[in-house]
Design a protein around this ligand. Sequence first.
Ligand SMILES: *[C@@H]1O[C@H](CO)[C@@H](O)[C@H](O)[C@H]1NC(C)=O
Ligand SMILES: *[C@@H]1O[C@H](CO)[C@@H](O)[C@H](O)[C@H]1NC(C)=O
Ligand SMILES: *[C@@H]1O[C@H](CO)[C@@H](O)[C@H](O)[C@H]1NC(C)=O
Ligand SMILES: *[C@@H]1O[C@H](CO)[C@@H](O)[C@H](O)[C@H]1NC(C)=O
Ligand SMILES: *[C@@H]1O[C@H](CO)[C@@H](O)[C@H](O)[C@H]1NC(C)=O
Ligand SMILES: *[C@@H]1O[C@H](CO)[C@@H](O)[C@H](O)[C@H]1NC(C)=O
Ligand SMILES: *[C@@H]1O[C@H](CO)[C@@H](O)[C@H](O)[C@H]1NC(C)=O
Ligand SMILES: *[C@@H]1O[C@H](CO)[C@@H](O)[C@H](O)[C@H]1NC(C)=O
Ligand SMILES: *[C@@H]1O[C@H](CO)[C@@H](O)[C@H](O)[C@H]1NC(C)=O
Length: 366
Amino acid sequence: MAVALAILLVGLAPATPLSSAQQPPGCPSTCGNISIPYPFGIGAGCARDEGFQLECNHTSSPPLLIVSNSTGGRHRQQLLSLSLADGEARTFLTAKRRCYNSSTGDMVSENDQNATEMSLSGTPYRFSRSRNRLVALGCPNLAYLVDGRGSYISSCTSICRTPESVAAGSTVGFTGEGCCQSSIPYSVDVYKPDIIGFKQGQAGDSVLLNSTAASSILQSSTVCRYMYLAEDRWIDAAYRDGAVDFNRTDDFAVHVVLDWAVRNAGNCSAARRNLAAANYACRSADSVCVDTGDGDGYRCNCSKGYEGNPYHDGGCKDINECERAKEYPCFGVCINTLGSYHCSCPPGTSGNPTIQTGCVKTNQGN
Ligand SMILES: *[C@@H]1O[C@H](CO)[C@@H](O)[C@H](O)[C@H]1NC(C)=O
Ligand SMILES: *[C@@H]1O[C@H](CO)[C@@H](O)[C@H](O)[C@H]1NC(C)=O
Ligand SMILES: *[C@@H]1O[C@H](CO)[C@@H](O)[C@H](O)[C@H]1NC(C)=O
Ligand SMILES: *[C@@H]1O[C@H](CO)[C@@H](O)[C@H](O)[C@H]1NC(C)=O
Ligand SMILES: *[C@@H]1O[C@H](CO)[C@@H](O)[C@H](O)[C@H]1NC(C)=O
Ligand SMILES: *[C@@H]1O[C@H](CO)[C@@H](O)[C@H](O)[C@H]1NC(C)=O
Ligand SMILES: *[C@@H]1O[C@H](CO)[C@@H](O)[C@H](O)[C@H]1NC(C)=O
Ligand SMILES: *[C@@H]1O[C@H](CO)[C@@H](O)[C@H](O)[C@H]1NC(C)=O
Ligand SMILES: *[C@@H]1O[C@H](CO)[C@@H](O)[C@H](O)[C@H]1NC(C)=O
């Protein structure tokens, strides 16, 4: 019913300027300063389906944008940004923290799993492989990620040098010294971080290391060990100039990038094969379907020469190139056409109309 209503509303959407055409009439187009483009929507009937439904919590200031129905997630997921053009959304997670007794090596505390784990299973979102990195911080620390079935996905190992060897000349950075980073595969929809600490001697929850070589990694340790998945740019900004506080003990939040797509059909051709059953999302006539790079699903784009919201009927509008001299320079006669434009030298001249003084008088009557 919600889906049918959404289609009906989209069908009724009048030809209005792009800014206001991002949502069916009567549906909020922003939450705080974040704009909400269809297929996302706030409230039933405004989104393409339940998966794209969001909530705007006005109790807080600024208002919070929340993923409705965050299924497997034990906490309600807040979105920090949402983009139609690149198919991305940003959210945050608390870094997983585990702290140890420095004399015994036993684990003494860790933070709440509900804040450090996230399941996107059954939602349009996936953890972006290209925009996130896995980070292990503190040492010695074998940080690893498992999927929903508990199978290994990715890991990183962080080891510290002794203060003496650091003083003797070495830099701290993402080299596995104090912290390290690695990548995750495509299609990850469940994020379950775990940390293995190390200790010498008796068995416990930590791995036993007895060899001489291994004991060198135990010589220098931090009280707390962290693991998180975070946006590449967030990591680069947070650790600019190698300023890594790998010996911290507090809890902190990190930004994570999610890729979203329409995932009720595996790809564009499967969705096109049965437009009605798949509720084909690329509604605008002047749109193209784009397969996702991260598993099942597709997204829509306006065709070349068009811009707007491809998820609406008539949502992609012709770009009038003649009114955008900066992007489409034309110093001659500019004529806009659907999806393109013509730029030519004025009558009596010829040459290159796309550069200034490119058109020169044609020698006539010679
Ligand atoms: C919204 O406002 C916050 C702070 O007020 C700012 O950090 C953020 O970049 C803004 N987001 C957008 C999409 O403008
Ligand atoms: C949303 O929640 C309802 C009720 O808990 C559930 O039946 C439905 O499957 C959920 N939908 C999505 C897309 O998660
Ligand atoms: C809105 O946010 C406030 C403050 O963060 C919270 O107490 C409240 O439960 C939220 N309401 C809903 C409906 O999520
Ligand atoms: C570490 O373990 C030792 C030996 O069990 C104990 O005496 C000490 O209080 C512990 N320290 C902390 C911070 O838990
Ligand atoms: C974590 O979430 C589960 C399931 O919602 C809940 O039962 C549990 O109390 C939560 N734990 C904490 C520490 O909030
Ligand atoms: C490892 O070292 C501990 C204490 O130093 C010792 O009790 C244990 O037997 C050793 N284990 C092995 C396999 O060498
Ligand atoms: C971490 O800090 C503590 C106390 O501030 C210090 O004793 C320890 O050597 C530091 N660890 C590393 C690996 O720098
Ligand atoms: C699209 O999905 C269908 C059905 O799952 C599959 O047979 C086909 O090979 C896929 N096409 C592409 C281009 O991936
Ligand atoms: C989608 O359109 C944007 C510009 O609107 C363009 O930058 C992007 O490359 C397009 N993506 C694909 C896959 O065609």
